[in-house]
Design a protein. Structure first.
Ligand code: 59J
Length: 382
């Protein structure tokens, strides 16, 4: 307003010799950007986000969004392209929540991974509400099979047995719908509804990922907790050079069992093979969630979010990744089809760039040694 501010002063002296570095790794950021963009173009999707986390340090190694913009060219800049969707947009995470419900089931002591649930006939009536499996199975499914087939009915039956509160507690402990502490301007916390005496339909839908909302960064963090053997480390957008504190929020033995189940989700026959990474064992879960309709009640018939979250290498997890692709419009829309290949490609590149040793190499083939000597000047055999 033309007024002069007189007492401008230094609030805090700069410390000499202290550099501020982002946690973002430019190589991984570029790789993630390229693969997410390619998937959006291939499947004609509206928007997308990818977040990659260093499991041990909580550093955000890559965080990319689509659409995006070139900060060096602000001509024709659309405000919508500047949204850091990974932190400021929330969504229903759908089936990517099933591993946390499974974790609650194992923690209850009432279930082990080989126990089975009858999911026939692929639907379950709760009052006037019907729970449905998209890919119906005939026989009983083990807990691992429930994750592989992504059975909403199987997950719900387990949820009725253990109760909604235990599932709520795991989700809360891994940071879903909670403040990340990143302090990014405009960052959303999402919403994990507080536990009360839930109706059966609410318990069921929470167990397979509806009725709560999260950000992509929270989803990546939650999977990094599973990957870090159940220990939660705060996320950081600045470089971390000391081993950070962590809190055990899922018992280690249970986190390890879930890791193995999520490896099966990718490696079992009929699994999400598009997420595979040559040379490594990786683990993860896809999800396909119908979008809530704005303006009317319920869900839209042909608008989906394709999700994938996972980590690797399974023998000693180092990197967790979450991918959200909004409204694919051509060539398919399942998370296992649209987002899983992005995971596979980004994970393959990241594990190599981070110098992480492969844990799934084929046995070495015997080397054939050429016996005949070669004349270096003339070439050919002597
Ligand atoms: C679905 C839902 C919406 C919300 C259903 C996807 C519910 C539900 C009410 C119908 C497509 C579809 C609270 S599908 O994620 O089950 O990722 O590769 O959106 O179920 O009760 O035409 N995922 N997806 N459900 N809603 N409410 C499967 C599954 C999942 C796959 C494929 C096939 C749904 C294997 C989703 C994937 O695991």
């Amino acid at each position: 307003r033309g007024r002069l501010i007189k007492d401008v002063q230094v609030a805090q002296n700069a410390k000499a010799g202290k550099a501020l570095a982002l946690s973002i790794d430019l190589r991984l950021q570029y790789l993630a950007h390229r693969e997410l963009r390619n998937a959006l173009l291939e499947f004609g999707a509206k928007a997308g986000s990818l977040v990659m986390v260093d499991v041990r340090t909580g550093e955000v190694l890559a965080m990319v969004n689509q659409p995006t913009y070139n900060p060096n060219n602000r001509r024709n800049l659309q405000p919508a392209a500047m949204r850091n969707r990974a932190m400021i947009d929330v969504f229903e995470p759908g089936s990517t929540m099933k591993p946390f419900s499974m974790s609650a089931a194992l923690e209850s002591g009432r279930w082990k991974s080989s126990d089975t649930v009858d999911v026939y006939p692929g639907t379950l009536q709760i009052g006037k509400y019907t729970i449905r499996d998209v890919s119906r199975s005939s026989g009983p499914l083990s807990l691992t099979d429930i994750l592989i087939k992504s059975s909403n009915v199987g997950m719900s039956k387990i949820a009725f047995d253990i109760g909604g509160q235990s599932i709520y507690e795991v989700m809360q402990q891994v940071g879903l719908g909670q403040d990340t502490g990143l302090g990014f301007p405009g960052e959303r916390v999402g919403n994990l509804p507080n536990y009360r005496e839930w109706r059966k339909a609410e318990t069921a839908t929470l167990s397979y990922g509806y009725g709560l909302s999260v950000t992509a960064v929270q989803l990546a963090h939650a999977y990094s907790v599973l990957a870090n053997n159940g220990r939660s480390t705060n996320l950081s957008l600045a470089r971390v050079d000391r081993k950070p504190d962590s809190v055990q929020v899922i018992p280690e033995n249970i986190a390890v069992v879930i890791q193995g189940m999520l490896q099966q989700v990718i490696e079992a026959s009929g699994g999400v093979y598009r997420a595979k990474v040559p040379g490594y064992h990786v683990a993860g879960k896809s999800g396909t969630a119908r979008k809530v309709s704005v303006g009317s009640r319920g869900y839209r018939d042909n608008a989906y979010r394709s999700l994938f979250a996972g980590f690797g290498p399974v023998s000693d997890p180092r990197i967790a990744v979450a991918i959200v692709i909004d409204e694919p419009s051509q060539g398919g829309y399942y998370g296992g089809l649209v987002s899983a290949p992005v995971f596979g490609k980004v994970m393959a590149g990241a594990l190599r760039l981070m110098n992480i040793a492969p844990d799934n190499l084929p046995p070495a083939e015997p080397v054939k040694v050429e016996t005949a000597a070669v004349d270096p000047l003339k070439g050919g055999r002597i």
